[in-house]
Write a protein that binds this ligand. Sequence first.
Ligand SMILES: [Mg+2]
Length: 410
Amino acid sequence: MSASQIPAAAVATGDEVPTLLVKIFGKDRPGITAGLFDTLAAFAVDVIDIEQVVTRGRITLCALVTAPVGGWATEGSLRSTVHSWADSMHLQTEIISGRGDNRPRGMGRSHVTVLGHPLTAESTAAIAARITDTGGNIDRIFRLAKYPVTAVEFAVSGTDTEKLRTTLATESAALGVDVAVVAAGLQRRAQRLVVMDVDSTLIQDEVIELFAAHAGCEAEVAEVTARAMRGELDFEQSLHERVALLAGLDESVVEKVRAEVRLTPGARTLIRTLKRLGFQVGVVSGGFTQVTDDLRERLGLDFASANTLEIVDGKLTGRVTGEIVDRAGKARLLRRFAAEAGVPLAQTVAIGDGANDLDMLNAAGLGVAFNAKPVVREAAHTAVNVPFLDTVLYLLGVTREEVEAANTHE
Ligand SMILES: [Mg+2]
């Protein structure tokens, strides 16, 4: 039956149309899909839906087609023809008669990305069960990446994205996997600006501690930094206190510190891939322009802003100059970068680890707590707790294969 032959009433309800679900399973090799549809073509059926997946060399191919015109005899003939074709290909097949199309997917659609290192059956079971608890239905599951983590994405419908996020956040903390929940829709693909914190996010170090090591006050500074990042100290006050300890350092230390900075694994891949996808990328740091300007240059960043260490007569004065980049300042800079990039805030992604990143993470369309302090992890939209920055790409729905394909065409 071609579409033009389906009675108007049947098209309107969908349920009235007799349909056949044809499922093929077996060892994958070229030509299976062509072979099945070639076989079906002899019965002049129309295709309503197709889903195909290959897992460890085994194909699962499901085709939903209109039942052939001509009643049971013709359907019987279709069944035996498909079975003998499948037998000849050493494939298993199942054909189920029914009516209509898939049940429409429910309102409230979300993407749930699960990152495991490894991903255990126990975690997968718990996450699927919690999705069901919220009233959600899993419509589709596929793997985004097998390296450096196992990342899978669940397409879920029928439940509120916020409710799903809250429920799964609790579960993921208990299971030790990372779960990100984002609303489905065009907005997810429209995200166009990523703004990152620098210390302990883009890089593995805290820049002020690298300076402090040269001034012989590393332990003292590290202690204050840790308290500030846990949200126990006012950031600006702690910044002035720590910078004061650097007074008298020779400016040649700046070059040394730049050379000591260690990028977080996956940082280059993340930035390179984002740029290829057409994103603009920026950094905001409670650290210093003496380092962020260098990173902007090296990594081809679009925006960078940080505090500036004052240098007079070749020595650090122990003061910072210009606009202070603190917790409120980071959120302000995210807004400024977004305005300059011409990107609405809802289409921005912010990544950070410290308490001073919280306003920025909450202001962004998607806030990602990256190996963050507990206070940050609990308040952010989503958390990543594996030490690879490029895993953020999976939260945006980019697959590892796409990342690798993009990076082989340098
Ligand atoms: Mg940080």
